[in-house]
Design a protein around this ligand. Structure first.
Ligand SMILES: [Zn+2]
Length: 490
């Protein structure tokens, strides 16, 4: 969200030419899963089902180290496989035996097991590592936020390289146990539930568990001085919110927003169905960032988001992602509309509910505020390109597409679709086209034309049928909603 990588054509060609495994000979797994936007993200030849991270972090020096244990299954006969990682590795074992390893590319770790893995074989991969994440840049950027009292890993589409080795693509989801020792008085936060917190010899170990499939970029680690607020929702779901003790004048706005998480979750359940995970909450670190991120069960909220006061709309956006983005994830990064169009639309629904402008009014205003020659309309929300993956058009035009759908098929079918989709693909991945097919099935209407117009035409669509005016008034919620745009972060 803070940068775009443009992969040189030569690299793309080299990756595309990777030779597939023959039936007889074990072959190396591909260095990428084949995502056209990010050819070297993720890896081929295996699936990870679980990450067990046992780490120690020293805030004074930003030193992070420990052991990652990955439970994986080979999906081909494998002589070698890659992990995505950027810290220093001292040892790797595969099924108990030492493996040899080498680094390559920007963030590739090539692992050669002592004996090849057969297709279908389970593998336990133990990686010992250490490093200073803030010293590590990959292609000139970092997703590690160093703070005066610690550090935070939160970014999209990549954040894992700075703190654990992984198969870094949303198609390979896994469960997580994240256990981090930090000096007494400091807190280590991650996803899911806090299983234990124990102090010994000056160090406190926090053990977190995220027990539903979770994409690598949705795993988060935050170490610092936090005030942790624990509660349960009326339905018994654990709520864990955390606030840096260093938020200064922004503390009130952060709390007045994030403390609404349980209420917002209950409200979202009315539209999207049962909340999909084992815990909910949010955290406000002392990170000078203007964006928020839907890290699973526990969204990250950058400090600059509070400069103009509370913003419950951003909480609505990040919690909506728990259904749209986290439980149902993109198949490839070009499917980002599956996440952002719906998270933005949920903010429009919240605005409607709060009497600050209906979704129709917001759609009309967004439509009118970009003249036909605005480059905004050249970005295709259904396939925006890596350089525009988080462009405002993916959000606003993406939500306009949903308003156009609602007008076309009526509220009953529209809201049935909003609630049915997260069940249809729970804990999985989906493409934009899967949504179109699903909407056609539920509504019984052909919708390809509508979605082609709103998601794939590189020009301003004709005026929406219900648009009341050429110069609609700016809805009251407009500014707060625009403040949640992930873009403009440089
Ligand atoms: Zn979002």
């Amino acid at each position: 969200m803070r940068h775009r990588l443009i992969v040189p054509a030569a690299v793309l060609a080299a990756l595309t030419l990777a030779i597939p495994a023959s039936a007889a000979e074990p072959a190396p797994g591909a260095p990428g899963v084949g995502d056209p936007y990010y050819p070297d993200y993720g890896n081929g030849g295996y699936d990870v089902s679980h990450y067990d991270l046992r780490l120690k972090y020293q805030p004074k020096t930003d030193e992070l180290g420990g052991t990652a244990t990955l439970l994986a299954t080979a999906t081909q006969d494998l002589s070698r496989f890659n992990l995505d990682f950027a810290l220093d590795v001292s040892e790797i074992r595969v099924n108990g035996k030492k493996a040899s390893f080498a680094t390559s590319g920007a963030h590739e770790l090539e692992v050669t097991p002592a004996t090849p893995l057969a297709k279908g074989q389970r593998a336990t991969v133990v990686v010992r590592y250490s490093g200073v994440p803030s010293d590590v840049e990959v292609d000139g950027f970092t997703s590690w936020h160093r703070t005066p009292d610690g550090g935070v890993a939160a970014n999209e589409p990549e954040a894992a390289w700075w703190w654990f080795p992984s198969n870094d693509h949303p198609t390979d989801k896994a469960t997580y146990d994240v256990s981090v020792a930090v000096p007494d008085g400091t807190t280590a936060l991650s996803n899911g539930t806090l299983q234990s917190q124990r102090s010994s010899a000056g160090w406190t170990r926090f053990a977190w568990r995220s027990d539903k499939p979770q994409a690598t970029y949705l795993a988060t680690l935050a170490v610092g001085k936090f005030d942790v607020v624990k509660d349960t929702t009326s339905s018994g779901l654990p709520v864990i919110n955390a606030y840096s003790k260093d938020l200064g004048a922004d503390e009130g706005a952060a709390r007045a927003s994030i403390e609404r998480s349980a209420e917002v979750t209950e409200w979202l359940e009315g539209y999207f169905g049962p909340y999909p995970f084992n815990s909910v909450g949010g955290y406000a670190p002392n990170v000078d960032a203007g964006y928020a991120l839907e890290t699973q069960t526990r969204p990250f909220y950058g400090k600059r988001g509070w400069a103009n006061g509370s913003n419950v709309s951003v909480v609505v956006h990040e919690l909506a992602h728990q259904w749209y983005g986290d439980s149902v994830s993109v198949r490839q990064w070009k499917d980002i509309w599956i996440n952002e169009g719906f998270a933005r639309y949920s903010q429009w629904l919240w605005s409607e509910d709060q009497g600050e402008g209906t979704a129709q009014e917001l759609s009309d205003y967004a439509y009118a505020s970009h003249p036909a020659d605005d480059p905004f309309w050249t970005v295709k929300p259904g396939d925006p390109g890596p350089e525009n993956q988080f462009h405002a058009a993916v959000y606003d035009r993406g939500a306009m597409a949903l308003q156009a759908l609602r007008n076309e098929i009526g509220d009953e079918d529209f809201f049935a679709i909003l609630k049915g989709w997260p069940q249809q693909h729970a804990d999985g991945n989906a493409k934009v086209r899967d949504f179109v097919t699903y909407a056609e099935k539920v509504s019984g209407e052909p919708l390809s034309g509508l979605f082609d117009t709103w998601l794939y035409e590189p020009s301003k669509p004709g005026a929406p049928a219900l648009s009341a005016s050429d110069t609609p008034e700016r809805p009251k919620s407009w500014k707060k909603i625009q403040e949640t745009n992930h873009v403009h972060e440089h």
